[in-house]
Design a protein around this ligand. Structure first.
Ligand code: NDP
Length: 424
């Protein structure tokens, strides 16, 4: 079979293979490079390979059945909440077969239920709930559990897509490429949508839970919780809450409308996101850092600016697309495209074509600055996220060019900046 009409993405099959190896490798390396004596530790800097080899517990050591069982309980427990907790029902975008799929929106209630349960158990155990220490003590095995689960899920979705008659997102015939980028567009078991569920719940809800465990570790080992630890916990919890509170907005993202569900999304959502986005709190658990009142004020200002841009831009697009006749959007000018969709050319989307990415990236700074200036790993997120957003913007641009043709050219003439007004 030929490659897709817009060409291979992510470096084609070879790139897909390389990323599939790189993602778990980097995640494990990040686990090993940090220890109480530095991040990276001095012994790692002296002899990286020898240092990791000396800590590597062997293939059997990185896996634990009990942790695997706990992780399965986590994923399926959240799936049960998807069905039983109250929530609204909504429809996704119109698919190429003319149908619209139904989804339940109760992610926010699921997050709050999990947090309430954790809070209750912590209080009941006199703030010594062993679960927090369990996460810290079995973190390596937890990484493995998320990896095994996400790979298995990607295999299940790839193989089942040959039998279910689902719509396909990638069908190049190249097994590695299709498995990586995802063959099925909306893999489902009955009314349970594996992609949308995995995109928002098991990984995004695990992320603040891991952060809480790191905060508990900092308290247990250093006898205090620093202002920096509190800030990162609050910011990232708020980000997760915000994503779930605006759950219907995920249905119009590229991940849901265009990408298949394969290793990229499965591993990205279930392993990469919770494990590597919580690196700052893991770092702070081992290396407490006090920002002081001025530092706190500065970081709050950066977060506030980022969140304002991020939320207003995303909200404006969502409202414009779902309720274009809303009087509060009357001042927005737009291009009426041949495809039927309107493209805003004033308001946030008239400042840069992905001004929402800029807001998200500014927030990334507010999550990294609290780690201070003693180790590069605390800044991994902000560097990685810049690469992700630039690459994502290029992919989205290619998709929009294909969809809107000459109308997209008109938009880019009026709004030339991609992400940073006047600079990029
Ligand atoms: P966007 O919200 O940026 O949406 C892009 C789409 O919006 C385009 O494909 C097009 O879709 C539509 N569009 C583009 N220009 C206009 C316009 N002028 N007027 C109206 N509609 C327009 O998509 P993403 O999914 O990339 O991002 C959503 C949010 O998620 C962002 O804030 C991003 O930062 C965040 N994100 C966070 C990640 C993380 O790991 N923390 C990862 C990825 C994203 P259409 O075909 O409908 O016209």
């Amino acid at each position: 079979m030929p490659p897709p009409p817009h060409g291979y993405e992510f470096g084609g099959p070879l790139g897909a293979f390389a990323i599939s190896l790189l993602v778990p490798t980097v995640t494990y390396i990040f686990y090993f490079v940090c220890s109480e004596d530095g991040c990276p530790s001095s012994s790692f800097l002296r002899d990286p390979v020898g240092n990791i080899a000396s800590k590597w517990p062997g293939l059997l050591g990185v896996f634990d059945w009990d942790v695997m069982m706990h992780y399965c309980l986590w994923y399926f427990g959240l799936a049960v909440m998807y069905f039983v907790l109250p929530g609204k029902t909504g429809e996704g975008v119109v698919l190429s077969n003319g149908k619209r799929l139904k989804y339940r929106f109760n992610g926010c209630t699921s997050l709050l239920t999990v947090v309430a349960y954790c809070g209750f158990m912590t209080y009941r155990e006199g703030f010594q709930w062993q679960f927090w220490a369990y996460i810290w003590d079995n973190y390596l095995q937890l990484i493995t559990a998320t990896f095994i689960f996400s790979v298995s899920l990607a295999f299940y979705c790839y193989i089942s897509s040959f039998f279910t008659g689902e719509l396909l997102a990638n069908d190049t015939g190249n097994v590695i490429y299709d498995w990586f980028l995802g063959r099925p567009l909306n893999p489902r078991i009955g009314s349970f949508d594996i992609k949308v569920f995995s995109e928002l719940r098991p990984g995004i809800i695990l992320w603040p839970i891991l952060n809480f465990a790191f905060m508990a570790h900092q308290y247990n080992t250093h006898g205090k919780v620093t202002d920096s630890m509190i800030l990162v916990n609050v910011f990232q919890f708020w980000y997760a809450y915000d994503a779930l509170h605006n759950e219907p907005a995920v249905l119009t993202t590229m991940d849901v409308t265009t990408d298949g569900f394969g290793f990229m999304l499965s591993c990205g959502d279930l392993m990469w996101l919770p494990i590597n986005y919580s690196l700052q709190c893991r770092y702070l658990a081992m290396h407490p850092f006090e920002l002081g009142p001025l530092g706190v004020a500065g970081v709050l200002a950066v977060q506030g600016l980022g969140y304002w841009i991020f939320r207003s831009a995303n909200g404006q697009k969502h409202e414009f697309r779902t309720n274009p006749n809303d009087p509060k959007l009357a001042h927005i000018k737009y291009i009426e495209t041949k495809s039927g969709s309107r493209l805003m050319i004033t308001g946030w989307w008239g400042i840069a074509r992905h001004i929402n990415y800029l807001g998200d990236w500014i927030m990334a700074w507010a999550w990294c600055l609290p780690t201070g200036y003693r180790g590069p790993l605390g800044y991994f997120y902000v560097v990685y996220f810049a690469i992700l957003l630039i690459h994502r913007e290029r992919r989205d641009e290619a998709k929009c060019k294909l969809k809107y043709g000459a109308d997209w050219k008109k938009y880019t003439d009026v709004v030339p900046s991609r992400i940073v007004p006047g600079i990029y």
